[in-house]
Structure formats: structure tokens, C-alpha cells
Design a protein around this ligand. Structure first.
Ligand code: SIN
Ligand code: CO
Length: 388
């Protein structure tokens, strides 16, 4: 994808300009980002998903049993018929994992790393429905799918911003609206992290949120050090060979701190381990229980492919790849694999994995390591047969 081509999705600016001027910085309203957009899912289908055990969903009822009542799914069918006429919202997470046409929307966002994308959440709101003024710690593209929604944006917030006292929701105590727009189907609003916003349904409306993931500094440190510690032997410890005699035995001298700093620096700067951890962490599936594969012999897989079977990425799996010196790392749903550099094109093909079949796999079907890799990915559940 040429990053300098103006994109309708971004209101006629290029991906490069969007990333330079807006991404993580300021909001952008895009009228008809997806012209004539027709939601591939309707309110009833969304409610149907919210009945399912494996789907994460929430109902927010502004004047429910208490103000801003939140209920978590899965819901029983009759719960929807008992809802008030207005002022409620149903939110369903990761619809892209359950509805292929919704996953296809993500193709429009290929100018961003796929491992930064979290999910497509879809909300249905009755007139007046809103989740209240709030901020998120993530970037989001809010695409209007059906009906109209009024969006107001406000101030930049942080963890000190005062919130209303609701156990379940993080609603801002003061919301200082600065701009507002009414979005129609196909219109989209990009919001950077921490910008206060509030969307209120004008009529029955569906809103798609393309959400992103960015680990917090606390997560990076705890998870990376946990990962590192598996490789550190117990005998590797704080050490002070060649220490100087102390003048006060109760004082912690700065040379102790220097020793600690070099112990930390030595491990923290291990780029190979940092990359391995990061790739594994960023490809961890939201629903690991949905990434399971069959027991399978290599021969079975390849005779199926030869008979016309097609492999696709499991919609719940995440894939990414990277380079380490001459080698490559493939990350698949929280696991990593070191592979020789000659598999680069296969890795790229697998990560794009719209469809893998004898035609595009071509010579890889005769490559021992390539075959082995494909088979392992099917057994792990990251790839699966298209008709399953
Ligand atoms: C919604 O779709 O109602 C809420 C989306 C958001 O504000 O993050
Ligand atoms: Co939000």
C-alpha cells in the first residue's frame, strides 16, 4: 500500500499525513469515510450474538435499576424485550471474530500494524442511548453503521480526571464539550487516546468501534520481566566482587545501585528476548479457547490441499513476523518460532492469510520446513480449513 496516496477512508489525506498529524494526537471527522456503507449486521443479529456464551457483551441502561446500570452478557432473549423504549445501549466486543464481513472492514486499516488492532466492537443504541461521557486509553475509529449518532468531544483526560461514582462505568464528572457532529452511516470519527467523548443515539443506531491495543508501561515491565525470569538461573544474583570496605555498615551506597543498574541493563537490553516476548504478547488471542486445532498428520493436510482445500487464518488467531539477524520469527497466537530467512515469503503469505491453497502456496508445498510450519500452525489452531 502506497502511504502517500490520498485515502477516502481518511477524508482525502494519505496514511503518512494521517500518522504524522492525527494518530495519537488529535481527532479527525471523516464524512463518508466508507461511502454508502451498509452495516453487514443488523440490530437483531447483534442481539443474537449477545446471547452466546463465548461472546463478550454489555448492556448499559441510563435509567435502569440504578443510574447507568450495566449488565454483562450472555443475555437471555427475553431480556431485550423488557428494555425501555430509549436510553440504552448494547455493546458487543470482537464482532470481527464472529462475522467475516465485519473482519473484512479491517482491510481498510492496513496502513497500521495489524498487531496494534484489538477488535471491532459494535454497539446498538435505542434513541438517546449512550455510555456517558468518558475517555479511553486507546485510539479508536468510530464508524457509523446505521442510524444517526451525535458525538461530542471534549478535554484531554488522565487517571486523575474525576469520575462519577459508578462501580461499573468510568463516566467523567465534568465533560467540557468543545465540538460536536452528527454522524450518518459511512461517516467516521477518529479519536486519539484519552480524549473525552460522548456519543448519543439520535435514532436506533449501530456504531462500529475499531479499537487498538497498546500495553501499559506497567504491563510491559511486569510481563517482560516475568518472561525474562524463566531464562535466568537462580545463581545469577546481585554480586559485589571487589567491593570497598564500608565506613557505615548501615548505609546503602550508590555503588550498590550501580551494580543493580548494570544487572538490569544487561537483561533489559537483550533485544532478541525483548522481541520474542513482545511478539508473543501482542499476538496473544483475546479468546485462547477459540484457538485450538485438530490432531493432524502432515500427509493428511497436504492431500487435503491437493484436493482443493483452502486454509485461512482462524479469526480468533493473531499472526505477526519479524527479523532477527539472518533469521525470522513467526508469532502465532502467543507462541513464537525461529525460522530460517529463506521462509520470508511464506511467512508474509501466512500472516496475510486471506486464503492459502495449492496455487499460492506453490513451491512451498515441496519445502520440508514450509510444510512442517503449515502443519504446526493448523495443529495449533492459528490456521484452519476454510469450510470448517
Ligand atoms: C458506543 O459505541 O456507544 C461507545 C463507543 C465509545 O465511546 O468508545
Ligand atoms: Co469510548
Amino acid at each position: 500500500m502506497n502511504p502517500d496516496i490520498p485515502l477516502q477512508l481518511l477524508g482525502g489525506i494519505s496514511a503518512r499525513v494521517f500518522l504524522r498529524d492525527y494518530w495519537q494526537k488529535k481527532p479527525l471527522l471523516i464524512r463518508q469515510a466508507l461511502p454508502d456503507f451498509q452495516s453487514p449486521i443488523d440490530a437483531d443479529e447483534l442481539a443474537g450474538l449477545a446471547l452466546e456464551e463465548e461472546v463478550e457483551s454489555r448492556l448499559i441502561i441510563e435509567n435502569g435499576e440504578r443510574p447507568w446500570e450495566m449488565r454483562r452478557g450472555p443475555f437471555a432473549e427475553d431480556e431485550f424485550s423488557k428494555l425501555p423504549e430509549r436510553d440504552w445501549t448494547l455493546l458487543v466486543q470482537a464482532v470481527d471474530q464472529f462475522v467475516p464481513e465485519v473482519a473484512e472492514l479491517l482491510e481498510n486499516f492496513r496502513f497500521l500494524p495489524s498487531w496494534r488492532i484489538d477488535d471491532v466492537m459494535i454497539s446498538f443504541a435505542a434513541p438517546g442511548g449512550s455510555v456517558g461521557p468518558h475517555f479511553d486509553n486507546y485510539d479508536v475509529f468510530l464508524l457509523q453503521g446505521h442510524g444517526k449518532r451525535n458525538w461530542k468531544i471534549g478535554q484531554m483526560c488522565d487517571s486523575e480526571s474525576p469520575l462519577l461514582e459508578h462501580a461499573d462505568l468510568r463516566i467523567l464528572k465534568d465533560f467540557q464539550a468543545t465540538e460536536e457532529w452528527t454522524l450518518e452511516p459511512g461517516d467516521m470519527l477518529y479519536l486519539p487516546p484519552r480524549l473525552a467523548h460522548c456519543g448519543v443515539a439520535v435514532d436506533d443506531c449501530l456504531t462500529y468501534s475499531v479499537g487498538f491495543r497498546a500495553p501499559s508501561a506497567a504491563e510491559v515491565l511486569t510481563h517482560f520481566t516475568d518472561f525474562l525470569s524463566q531464562f535466568l538461573p537462580d545463581e545469577e544474583r546481585y554480586s559485589d566482587a571487589n567491593a570497598q570496605p564500608v565506613s557505615d555498615p548501615h548505609q546503602i551506597q550508590h555503588d550498590a545501585l550501580d551494580r543493580l543498574k548494570s544487572l538490569l541493563a544487561e537483561h533489559m537490553s537483550d533485544e532478541r528476548l525483548l522481541l520474542t516476548w513482545f511478539g508473543q504478547f501482542m499476538t496473544e488471542p483475546r479468546y485462547p479457547e477459540m484457538v485450538v486445532g485438530p490432531e493432524l498428520e502432515e500427509d493428511e493436510l497436504f492431500s487435503s490441499l491437493e484436493q482443493g482445500a483452502v486454509l485461512i487464518r482462524n479469526p480468533s488467531a493473531r499472526l505477526a513476523w519479524s527479523e532477527v539477524d539472518e533469521d525470522l520469527l513467526l508469532f502465532a497466537s502467543g507462541q513464537s518460532r525461529l525460522l530460517p530467512g529463506n521462509l520470508r515469503d511464506l511467512l508474509k503469505l501466512i500472516c496475510a492469510a486471506d486464503a492459502l491453497h495449492t496455487e499460492n502456496l506453490g513451491p512451498w508445498l515441496a519445502d520440508e520446513q514450509g510444510r512442517n510450519l503449515l502443519c504446526e500452525l493448523v495443529k495449533q489452531g492459528s490456521l484452519g480449513f476454510a469450510d470448517e
